[in-house]
Design a protein around this ligand. Structure first.
Ligand code: HEC
Length: 111
């Protein structure tokens, strides 16, 4: 009986570890892929707001000096709480994901 239990829990552990590894890509989405799926519809793939929605909303380019001069904290606040017509993401994204997005906006600024 004891061996059976050990065997069973050994297998359960393997399954648990397996599913964590399998789920990792979903939770470990990078700033770039998050941006593409959540933000590019308005802000455009390159952040310039060159989309139909972006133009109608008069978006500033995320790569522009005006946006880049905002602190990480300010950008985090805008993404989490929203600003004007932009929806807030604090219920949909983790703090870690918002941080990745701020990192990605910095990347856009370098291009
Ligand atoms: C529904 C369209 C829409 C989506 C989707 C959207 N935004 Fe925005 N975003 C806006 C608008 C509109 C503004 C300008 C708000 C204002 O200045 O009143 C804005 C402003 C911003 C700003 C501040 C730039 C500035 O001009 O000060 C940042 C940073 C930003 N968005 C990041 C993001 C990120 C990151 C995502 C994805 C998680 C995202 N946005 C998704 C519409 C959108």
């Amino acid at each position: 009986m004891k061996t059976l239990m050990t065997q069973f829990s050994g297998r359960a552990l393997k399954i648990a570890v397996g599913s964590v590894l399998f789920a990792a890509p979903v939770f470990g989405q990078t700033g770039a892929s998050l941006y593409k799926s959540r933000c590019a519809s308005c802000h455009g793939a390159d952040g310039k707001g060159d989309t139909a929605v972006g133009k109608s909303m008069h978006l500033r380019s995320l790569a522009s000096p005006e946006v880049q001069k905002e602190s990480d904290q300010e950008l985090t606040g805008i993404i989490a709480d929203g600003k004007g017509a932009m929806p807030g993401y604090k219920d949909k994204l983790s703090a870690e994901q918002v941080k990745d997005l701020v990192g990605y906006i910095r990347e856009l600024g370098k291009k």
